[in-house]
Design a binder for this molecule. Structure first.
Ligand code: TMP
Ligand code: ASP
Length: 236
């Protein structure tokens, strides 16, 4: 069988149900638009388990997502969607490309969350865009962008709180959304939510507990993911 789609960290497979896909988490890690590559034993399992836990929590908080159910360590069933080709990034503290772009030091708390958008294009290196670009490129309507913004802020509140209880500071993260194949007027949260696409710093020590450990060669990448999972599992 041929995967319907293969990305840097996941594969999508068809199932018996035309509206449902199987999403498989790989052990591959990439950074800097795929320039840096490695494999980590257990990464697929850890990200799938963390993402499943977070999606379940968000669903219970009333956030509509693509999540159906976890199948096994590295596979999850998700509703089929057409991905909105815009990555939504929410920043609570300065870090990463924000610091590179502005010269601000890392770890400064913003008075309000910053939302930014980038075009989902490996070819172009995910360039930063704004609402006007998105409208004119026909990637989403004005109403859809309003929905994305409101949802992203809601997810930020829920996850900042959840991670804080787990002793982690949610510095920034990336979300993706999709239009349901069964009803394209309905947009749901899609893709994964894991330490691959979030910056998480230990509340007590400031230690980085996310993919920056790989990006910056800090070592202990899977140990950090394992610790994030353990702390999330300890939450009621
Ligand atoms: P950045 O500071 O590099 O722009 O990243 C902001 C957040 O978005 C960070 O938590 C990592 C996440 N992210 C992805 O999930 N995928 C990407 O391709 C990039 C560039 C960032
Ligand atoms: N996800 C992107 C990549 O795999 C960039 C990153 O996360 O640093 O290249």
């Amino acid at each position: 069988m041929q995967a319907l789609y293969e990305g840097k960290a996941k594969r999508l497979w068809a199932t018996d149900d035309a509206q449902v896909l199987r999403m498989e988490f790989k052990n591959d890690a990439t950074a800097f638009n795929g320039e840096k590559k490695a494999q980590f034993e257990n990464k697929g399992r850890l990200n799938n388990t963390i993402s499943t836990l977070i999606y379940g929590y968000l669903e219970r908080c009333g956030v509509p997502t693509h999540f159906v159910k976890q199948l096994d360590d590295t596979n999850v069933l998700v509703k089929k969607v057409e991905i909105v080709m815009v990555e939504v990034i929410i920043r609570n503290y300065s870090a990463g490309s924000f610091c590179k772009r502005t010269g601000l030091e890392e770890g400064k708390k913003f008075s309000q969350p910053i939302i930014e958008y980038s075009l989902k294009s490996d070819e172009l290196g995910d360039p930063l865009v704004n609402d006007d670009y998105i409208r004119e490129l026909g990637l989403a309507t004005i109403a859809e962008m309003q929905f994305l913004r409101t949802s992203a802020l809601k997810v930020n509140e829920i996850l900042s709180d959840l991670f804080a209880k787990a002793g982690l500071r949610l510095i920034d993260f990336k979300l993706e959304f999709g239009r349901l194949a069964s009803d394209p007027s309905t947009i749901v949260l899609a893709d994964e939510i894991s330490p691959d696409g979030c910056r998480l710093w230990d509340l007590a020590t400031g230690e980085k507990m996310d993919k920056d450990r790989f990006r910056r060669d800090l070592g202990g990448v899977m140990e950090a993911y394992e610790e994030v999972l353990k702390r999330l599992q300890e939450q009621p």
